[in-house]
Design a protein around this ligand. Structure first.
Ligand code: GLY
Length: 375
């Protein structure tokens, strides 16, 4: 089943190289991907899909297309195009870092290190955190962290590994600790965002941006937490990060509906037509694979996570994937971007497609994505 799903995904990705040309897919409207000129937070995912497809197939068309995206990311960094946000980690881990991991191209490694330097400029004192969005002078955003940032931290951990400079890693560790303390709640659910007073660093309180309400648990935020803490554990071996990944994963999995794919927010009232977020489940599937790679055989959580991974992935493949729909642009239906904002509440999300493919590749071929060096 996994091989068929991968073959279908690779065929669609190949078709999309021609469809998308030099542009980058973001989210769909009515089944058609909105494209941009490499100026959104999501543009690394397309690059990552091309690198995964190249690694799986060895087909040079994927490699050429992937390298063209990295050339575009060179220009983006040079011209500082829409980089006043923390998602530099998403952008450059899956594009230039992927190229470095796959081909050992030195200029790709250098570009990735420069991207890590740009991300470091978002470090804020006295609060001691990475500002999520906007410029330093933006009073509304200066005190905000968000849980999604945990997936940006691997870029910093990696930069310390590569350069021997501990500063990147120290920032990443402090951000992960801060996220654990302020974004994760006592019952293992999570806030999407948390505000600090930027002048004093004092904590103010949790809030949401894309979730149902300030105190609710936005499922994709919880998903970023699962994978992000597992990755922070990989780089630091701090058992508290492993514990957080496990606890957030359990919360996510225990609150799934019968078909094992998440609604868009765990607190959204469930009624006919409540939106799903298949992308959250795809992120958690990839995150569970990372988590499982750190659990001992005798770990009492292992069997549960393994079982739930298979249930979720089976449901994604059988009920949400576009397998057999030859003209479909996306791989996973029923993702939601920003339900209350009215933006693509039931569509393809390019990150949903990426994490679905990453999870399949990891299960079937041991290809682990581009968040860390291969071991
Ligand atoms: N990182 C933004 C999102 O998940 O929508």
């Amino acid at each position: 089943m996994w091989t068929d799903a991968i073959e279908d995904a690779i065929a669609k990705t190949l078709q999309n190289i021609d469809r998308f040309g030099e542009k980058f897919p973001h989210v769909s409207r009515n089944g058609t991907y909105e494209l941009n000129d490499n100026n959104d937070w999501t543009d690394g995912f397309w690059s990552g899909m091309l690198w995964l497809s190249y690694e799986y197939s060895g087909d040079e068309r994927f490699r050429q297309a992937a390298e063209a995206t990295v050339a575009s990311f060179h220009k983006r960094l040079r011209d500082h195009v829409v980089l006043d946000h923390h998602d530099i980690g998403f952008l450059y881990s899956l594009s230039s870092k992927a190229q470095w991991i796959v081909t050992r191209d030195e200029s790709a490694r250098q570009l990735t290190l420069q991207a890590a330097d740009v991300l470091m400029k978002r470090w804020r004192e006295p609060g001691g955190y990475i500002q999520a969005w906007g410029r330093k002078e933006d009073a509304k955003e200066a005190g905000r962290i968000i849980i999604d940032c945990l997936l940006n931290l691997p870029l910093l951990y990696w930069a310390s590994e590569q350069t021997g400079d501990p500063a990147y890693r120290e920032a990443a560790v402090l951000q992960a600790e801060k996220s654990r303390r302020f974004l994760v709640r006592g019952d293992d659910s999570s806030y999407h965002t948390f505000f600090f007073n930027p002048e004093t660093g004092e904590p103010i309180g949790g809030a949401t941006h894309q979730g149902y309400s300030n105190g609710s648990t936005w499922t994709r935020g919880q998903a970023w937490g699962v994978y992000g803490f597992a990755l922070s554990y990989r780089y630091t071996k701090n058992p508290l990060f492993l514990e957080s990944a496990k606890r957030l994963a359990r919360y996510f999995l225990e609150h799934l509906p019968e078909d094992h794919v998440a609604y868009w927010d765990f607190n959204a009232p469930v009624q006919e037509g409540t939106y799903r977020d298949s992308s959250a489940s795809a992120i958690v599937a990839a995150g569970l694979l990372e988590l499982l790679s750190h659990l001992e055989d005798q770990d009492s959580d292992r069997a549960y996570f393994q079982e739930m991974l298979l249930k979720s992935m089976t449901s994604l493949v059988e009920r949400y994937a576009t397998i057999g729909e030859e003209d479909a642009e996306g791989l996973l239906k029923h993702g939601s971007y920003y339900v209350h904002g009215g933006v693509s509440p039931d569509d393809y999300m390019i990150w949903g497609d990426y994490f679905y493919l990453e999870a399949l590749m990891r299960m079937e071929k041991g290809i682990t994505g581009y968040w860390h060096e291969r071991v």
